[in-house]
Each structure stands twice: as structure tokens, then as C-alpha cells.
Design a protein around this ligand. Structure first.
Ligand SMILES: C[S@@+](CC[C@H](N)C(=O)[O-])C[C@H]1O[C@@H](n2cnc3c(N)ncnc32)[C@H](O)[C@@H]1O
Length: 481
């Protein structure tokens, strides 16, 4: 066993061998009928809500869910003084709603693309709408003219014509970006790079909003799609995008953002401008928030489903020039909560830094499954699950001192099924919490039909023998400091 926690491993292995435990956490009350209902956590409805709709994000939760949580766990009279924290902020669903409720809002994210999107949202009241409108009009005109030139050259001379346009305008694709097939068709690439180049002259924070719009529109005009992981369009049964307008979807997105900026400025401008509103681009595990400063923590860390945020955001990170040094993506992977199966499967058995015998027994069972496949069998998956719960412990240890006395922490997680073994992450998290000085108030199911249900029949999920079907769900674990 490697790592600091190796001394517990023997004890654990013996315990696991002596028992064939299927973990059922029975002690936590799952639903409290006395409390106000929390909305379904599904994020799909964010697509229709002002500001939230700017940039879609995988595995976020809904703004309605956040509003309900604020209402239930942060009394109105305390909001003016309250700091709401989201350690895994994504595209700022929590932070935007916290500001709307009149609170300070602080978030963290390791990935520069959601950080950019989140900052654009938090700064939307700082963009004078008239100036933004004029910039959009000018930008659309310039890009539309460029598109006419590109389409003409493409029709006349194909790729050679586009190469000449690129040379003439000094456009170059990001040198470090690699993909299985070209990210863009040649004319789309020229249009996208021209649009990006135009942003350099814009003032701050207007430029941030334009960049968020470009990042949000990028995949729709590319040869890739989210299914929900990033894959080539042909592998998802879709045709390549040989040529397309960039100005049309982008112009539409910018108009939508302008309308939301007007709305947000009129409704919230003076309040937001006086509030603390920030997203720090770093791992929450390095957070130095003052002890006792957080009135409510509301978050959803990456789920134990191995969704590879870093790989899935490579196009935005490279093409919006968000990477500043070689090896940065690797650093993101290392810092990501729970790690990724791809980065831990090869390692010697990773030691658990938590003391929860039923979980340790489950992990040992997993380790023994298809052991002959090594990193691709139980041993690789056991490393992944162990890393995930090691980071769960780090989360609890980091947040505990930051919570004000009695403050609530609401952590939304999903269960996971690996090689036929169900990990009830909500129940396990609740079992771990008391060891970090946190009281478990409730574990509440907030969604029973999660995206990804279709993959629980796969061999990774269910192992080689089909067995009974298990359901994926989301649950809010409600803790108190
Ligand atoms: C499930 S998403 C959060 C979505 C968010 N609730 C929303 O609605 O937009 C999890 C986020 O955690 C981020 N993340 C992963 N590891 C992190 C770490 N160690 N510190 C901060 N953020 C991290 C990922 O980049 C991802 O954006």
C-alpha cells in the first residue's frame, strides 16, 4: 500500500476478508417531511433562466434548487452579513443565486474555463449595457463581413483559399492543441479565430463576456459534440460541420447576454456592486477563507462517475488561450476532486485516509473483482474509489473550520455503480462527517432519474454478471458546523 495511510491497510484487509459486507447505512434519516421541499436538482432548466443560460455545464444543479436551499437554510434577516461558499463553483449557479439573495458569494474551481464563465456572470452588472450593445453591433458587422470573404474563398479555392485568408489576417490555431479529427472545418476555424482576435481591443469586463460567449458557442460549430462526454460528431452518428456561420449563433448568444445584463443591472446592480463576489482559480483544498466566515456552504463536487472535466473542456481551454504553461492540464487532473480513473488506475494500491470499515470492505471487494485485468479491473477501480473518498475527507477537513457555528453545509452527490457494486456516496459521506466534527442533519434524495442511467447496464458499471438493475440518484447531504 502506498501513502501515509498504509498502516491501516492490513487491519482493513483482514476485516474485509472476514466479512462479505454489503454496505447499507441505516442510521441516517433520508427525508424529513417537515422541511420545505427542495426543487429537483436537474440543471436542464438553467437553459431558460437569465444569466444561468449563458454557459451550460455538465452535472450542475438547478438555480431553483439553489434558491430553495437558500430559503430553507439561510434566514432572510442574516443574509446581508452572510457569505455563501461554493468550493466547486462550476459556472456559478450557487454564486449567482447567492448574490440575487443579497449575500456575499465566493467560489473556487481548478479549471480556467468554468472560472471564466463564472466570472463573466458575476461581473454582468459591471458592463454598461449601452456600451455592450454597441460593441456587439460592431463585432457582428465585422464578423459578418469576414464570413462573406471566407465563404467566397472557400467556394472558389477550398482549403488553399482558406489558408491564404488565414495568412493574410495573421490567424493561427493554438499550437499545442491536438485532436483526433480537426476541431473545426477550415472555414469555421478561420471565422472563429477572427472573432477571437477582435476581442483584444475590448475593455474589461466586456471582453470577458465576449470570451464566455465564444466558449459557449464553440462546440456547436465544431466537428465535436457532447454526448455528454466530448466525442467526434461522426462517432455520435452526426455529420461533420464542413462550413457554418459563427456570427449567427454567437450573435444570438451575445444578444441574449445583453438582455440579461440589462435585467441584472436594473434589478440587482447596486446590491451586487457592493458585495463580495469572486471565483478563485485554484483548488479548494488550498482555500484560506477565514475561520467561521461561511454562513452557508452549497456545492456539488465532481461525482464518482469519472466524468473527465479536463478532457471535456480542452477545446475551450486551448482555443480561448486559457492555458499559460505546458503541463497545466496535468496539474488540473492532479488537483481535481476525486482524481480520474485514468490517472490513478496504474498506481500501486492507494491507501485510504479514512476510517470507515464498511466502505473499506466495499473497496476491498471491488479490488478483488476481475483482479487479473489489473489497472482495468478491480485494482484500478479500487484506486479510483479510494482517491474519491480520500478527497471527500479532505473536503470535510477543509470546510469544517470555515463554517460559522451552526452553519449548514449542503453537499449534492450522486451514487455510483462500479463493477456491480453500488457506492451510496451520500450515505458514506454522511458516515464520514462526524469524524470531522460535523453533525449530520439529513440526507435527502433530490433526484431519482439522473443522466447516466443508460450506462448502468455497461460492464464497467455492473461487472460481468448482469444482476439486479440499480438506480442512479442525486442526494443532498445536509451537515452542520
Ligand atoms: C459538478 S461541477 C459543479 C457545478 C456547479 N454546481 C454548477 O452548477 O455550475 C464540479 C466542479 O468542480 C471543479 N473542481 C474539481 N476539483 C476541484 C478542486 N479541487 N477545487 C475546486 N474545484 C474543483 C470542476 O472543475 C467542476 O467545475
Amino acid at each position: 500500500m502506498r501513502g501515509r495511510c498504509g498502516h491501516q491497510a492490513k487491519k482493513r484487509a483482514a476485516w474485509a476478508a472476514a466479512t462479505d459486507v454489503v454496505f447499507v447505512a441505516a442510521c441516517m434519516p433520508r427525508i424529513s417531511p417537515a422541511r420545505a421541499a427542495l426543487s429537483d436538482a436537474a440543471a436542464a432548466e438553467n437553459k431558460t433562466q437569465a444569466v444561468h443560460r449563458w454557459v451550460p455545464w455538465i452535472a450542475g444543479y438547478s438555480a431553483d434548487f439553489v434558491r430553495d436551499a437558500l430559503d430553507a437554510y439561510l434566514p432572510l434577516r442574516r443574509r446581508a452579513e452572510a457569505l455563501v461558499l461554493d468550493p466547486f463553483a462550476g459556472v456559478a449557479t450557487t454564486l449567482v443565486e447567492a448574490l440575487k439573495a443579497g449575500c456575499d458569494a465566493v467560489g473556487y474551481d481548478v479549471n480556467a474555463w468554468p472560472v471564466l464563465a463564472a466570472r463573466a456572470k458575476l461581473q454582468c452588472v459591471d458592463v454598461p449595457p449601452e456600451r455592450f450593445g454597441a460593441e456587439i453591433a460592431e463585432f457582428r458587422t465585422a464578423l459578418a463581413q469576414f464570413e462573406v470573404e471566407v465563404d467566397r474563398r472557400w467556394a472558389a479555392d477550398g482549403d488553399d483559399g482558406i489558408a491564404e485568408v488565414m495568412r493574410h489576417h495573421g490567424l493561427a490555431r493554438p499550437p499545442a492543441f491536438r485532436s483526433r479529427i480537426p476541431l473545426f472545418g477550415a472555414p469555421v476555424e478561420a471565422k472563429f479565430l477572427f472573432a477571437l482576435g477582435r476581442l483584444a481591443v475590448l475593455p474589461s469586463p466586456d471582453q470577458l463576456l465576449f470570451r464566455a460567449a465564444l466558449g459557449a458557442s464553440l462546440i456547436a460549430v465544431s466537428n465535436y459534440s457532447y454526448e455528454p462526454s466530448l466525442s467526434t460528431r461522426p462517432s455520435a452518428g452526426k455529420a461533420l460541420v464542413r462550413n457554418a456561420s459563427v456570427v449567427l449563433p454567437l450573435g444570438q448568444k451575445l444578444q441574449e447576454m445583453l438582455a440579461d445584463c440589462v435585467w441584472a443591472s436594473e434589478r440587482y446592480g447596486p446590491v451586487w456592486r457592493g458585495r463580495r463576489r469572486e471565483v478563485q482559480h485554484r483548488s479548494y483544498f488550498t482555500s484560506d477563507l477565514a475561520p467561521g466566515s461561511v454562513a452557508l456552504l452549497l456545492t456539488s463536487p465532481p461525482y464518482m462517475n469519472n466524468y473527465h472535466y479536463v478532457r471535456n473542456t480542452r477545446p475551450q481551454l486551448h482555443w480561448l488561450d486559457l492555458l499559460s504553461r505546458p503541463g497545466e492540464l496535468r496539474e488540473y487532473e492532479e488537483a481535481n476532486f476525486g482524481k480520474f480513473w485514468q490517472t490513478v488506475r496504474q498506481a500501486p494500491a492507494i491507501a485510504a485516509c479514512f476510517d470507515l470499515p464498511p466502505l473499506q470492505a466495499l473497496i476491498e471487494r471491488l479490488r478483488g473483482l476481475s483482479a487479473e485485468k489489473g489497472p482495468y479491473g478491480g485494482p484500478g477501480w479500487a484506486n479510483y474509489v479510494t482517491s474519491y473518498f480520500n478527497d471527500t475527507g479532505r473536503l470535510l477537513a477543509t470546510m469544517r473550520p470555515q463554517l460559522a457555528p451552526g452553519a449548514a453545509a449542503i453537499i449534492v452527490v450522486g451514487n455510483s455503480i462500479i463493477q456491480g457494486i453500488e457506492f451510496q456516496v451520500d450515505q458514506l459521506l454522511a458516515e464520514l462527517a462526524p469524524a470531522y466534527g460535523l453533525r449530520v442533519e439529513e440526507v435527502r434524495i433530490v433526484r431519482t432519474k439522473r443522466v447516466g442511467n443508460s450506462i448502468i447496464g455497461s460492464s464497467v458499471r455492473n461487472g460481468s454478471s448482469p444482476g439486479p438493475k440499480m438506480q442512479l440518484y442525486d442526494a443532498a447531504v445536509i451537515l452542520r458546523g
